[in-house]
Design a protein around this ligand. Structure first.
Ligand code: AMP
Length: 285
């Protein structure tokens, strides 16, 4: 596996592959990789001739007071995992390589979509995500790019950005990978002490509860959300940011569980903000 820290190195390698007629997949990450990231790499390896992973803690997607400095980093361990899963090139730029000084060009969806769900407490987050993903698309020019359903709003926003900015890139969504006890894998789980780790189970428990209620016929979004919230509120270490049922494409709140619906949540466990979700597909109703 090759390691590139500069944009020209990535461009040269991708150009060489394209000259050979090979297809290229991109897996954007912020590093501190786990099995969730590995599942994206596995999917990319299965669908593309060559796979590029980016490993970059993107400052523009963190707001003031968020965990940019504290965000866990272990590049050597990341490289071992990526290589083991068949990644061909890891792009690990410094901030200065990605952002020219005083950069003032951003990519932003100017609708309510990035203001819903996580956008309520992270108002500039998706502007940073769209900007860095656009830059990675311009640098790597992949045929396909792989994103986790774990960050469901991000996935929906990237799909819209790709459509509206005419990126000829196929976006592949990949299912949430969980710990054996249900907790969605996340680099931020490392912040949790043992009591908080136990408390964090309320997120996945609320997901499973919600899925069961929908299966049993609940179609009233407010009742569904209330039942999930009640479960989370039973855990003293948990503080709800939001639990919402929204349209799976637009992220607009829904009243009925009809069509493709995303039921998503963000919950603070201590200072750590964790997210989880499930999708109800129209065909399953
Ligand atoms: P991050 O490094 O947190 O920015 O995540 C990079 C990519 O990995 C994103 O597309 C995430 O949605 C995806 N991802 C993170 N955790 C998981 C997980 N538990 N299951 C599936 N995908 C994940």
């Amino acid at each position: 596996m090759k390691i590139a820290t500069t944009i020209p190195e990535v461009r040269a390698q991708v150009a060489a592959w394209k000259k050979e007629g090979l297809t290229v997949g991109l897996v954007p990450t912020m590093g501190y990789l786990h099995e969730g990231h590995a599942s994206l790499v596995d999917k990319a390896v299965s669908l593309c001739d060559r796979v590029v992973a980016s490993d970059f803690v993107n400052p523009t997607q963190f707001g003031p007071g968020e965990d940019l400095e504290a965000y866990p980093r272990d590049f050597d361990r990341d490289c071992a995992l990526l290589e083991e899963h068949g990644c061909d090139l890891v792009f690990h730029p410094a901030v200065e390589e990605m952002y020219v000084p005083n950069a003032a060009t951003f990519v932003e969806i100017q609708s309510d979509m990035p203001k819903q769900l996580c956008g309520q407490t992270r108002p500039t987050h998706f502007k940073g995500v769209c900007t860095v993903v656009s830059k990675l698309f311009n640098i790597v020019t992949p045929d396909k790019a792989f994103f986790g359903q774990k960050d469901a709003q991000q996935l929906a926003i990237i799909r819209r950005m790709v459509r509206e900015l005419s990126y000829g890139i196929e976006i592949v969504g990949c299912p949430i990978v969980r710990e054996a006890d249900g907790l969605a894998k996340s680099s931020r789980n490392t912040y949790l002490d043992p009591a908080q780790r136990k408390a964090a189970l309320v997120l996945s428990q609320a997901v499973f509860l919600g899925q069961r209620l929908v299966q049993e016929g609940e179609r009233d979004a407010r009742k569904l959300v209330s039942a999930m919230e009640a479960h989370i509120k039973g855990e003293p270490l948990a503080r709800i940011d939001y639990v919402s049922a929204v349209d799976g494409v637009t992220m607009e709140p829904v009243e009925r569980i009809e069509g493709d619906v995303l039921v998503a949540m963000a919950v603070y466990i201590g200072k750590t903000r964790l997210i989880d979700n499930f999708v109800v597909e129209e065909s399953a109703l």
